[in-house]
Design a protein around this ligand. Sequence first.
Ligand SMILES: *Cc1c(COP(=O)(O)O)cnc(C)c1O
Length: 346
Amino acid sequence: MGVLKRYGEFLPVTAKTPAVNLEEGSTPLVRLDRIGSDLGVELWGKLEGCNPSGSFKDRGMVLAVAKALEDGARALVCASTGNTSASAAAYAAHVGVPCYVLLPSGKVAMGKLAQALIYGARVIAVDGNFDRTLEMAREASNERGFAIVNSVNPYRLISQRTGAWEVCEFLGGAPDLHVIPVGNAGNISAYWAGYVEFRDRGKSSSLPRMMGFQAEGAAPLVTGRPCPNPETVATAIRIGNPVSAHLARAAVAESGGEFLSVPDDEILDAQRVLAAKGGIFAEPASCITLAGLMKLKREGRLGEGLRVVMVLTGNGLKDPDAALSQVGKPLSIGGTMEELMEALRP
Ligand SMILES: *Cc1c(COP(=O)(O)O)cnc(C)c1O
């Protein structure tokens, strides 16, 4: 069941809103006991890579696109580090409206670029970073009257709250600690709003502490000032001037959480641990959650026995280059059984 159907009563959906549905949401929440026992916590991973376009962006995009159609938009436009464009392009194709995608040239993971193109979006590579391409997309939407579907579109964050509701319904309440990557800072804000709303409606009895993780080379919320040249292997969070910074700061302050930065090598290390000890292949930006928990554990700051949910925001298959950069090559043998038996030795 897509999120407009599952959570329509809590969303601004009316009789006039088209019932857009790619069966997004209702993603698995998987208990990761091997990694959890190393960390001394009860660890859960929310597999947002199982959404139709392979990232959590679909949760918000479905409502943004439904509302754009309801308002008579002729086309969609977005700027993207990759996943927003993949999602926008998928929904545009599904409902049959044109979609213009502005990407910072050379900085988008291969799988995401392939997605936007195969879904039939008009992809424009801009010689500038993400923050610049977003300014340009906003101007283009004003000039042409296209619907902008970046997280500046309020419907995106409204509908992304569904992730928190699913967690609460599955676990029977909020976790103690919620950890999440922070790029443009929309998702952390949406999860917090979702947890607060469910608490206020009496559907959960507590609120989690919110921890937002950023890559060291793109950590404006940790340093407290915009980062003019963001750089990180986690391209989905390579953002120097987050649009929803104020909301994210409020979420962290109100929940008693914090922002923390993690270097790229620890992000990649966590990606390998998540795959090899959890059976989950998530893209680097997602794996910063585990990297951050490992850092907290090392510093003796991760409470024993906590129930922790980490949002694994995107599928690892989107960025195979990042994974291949840190693993060995397959063992090559000739076609004889002798060689195979040799290779099978422990
Ligand atoms: C968009 C994205 C993020 C960052 O989310 P924000 O809402 O921009 O903070 C993290 N991980 C992945 C995989 C993403 O696509």
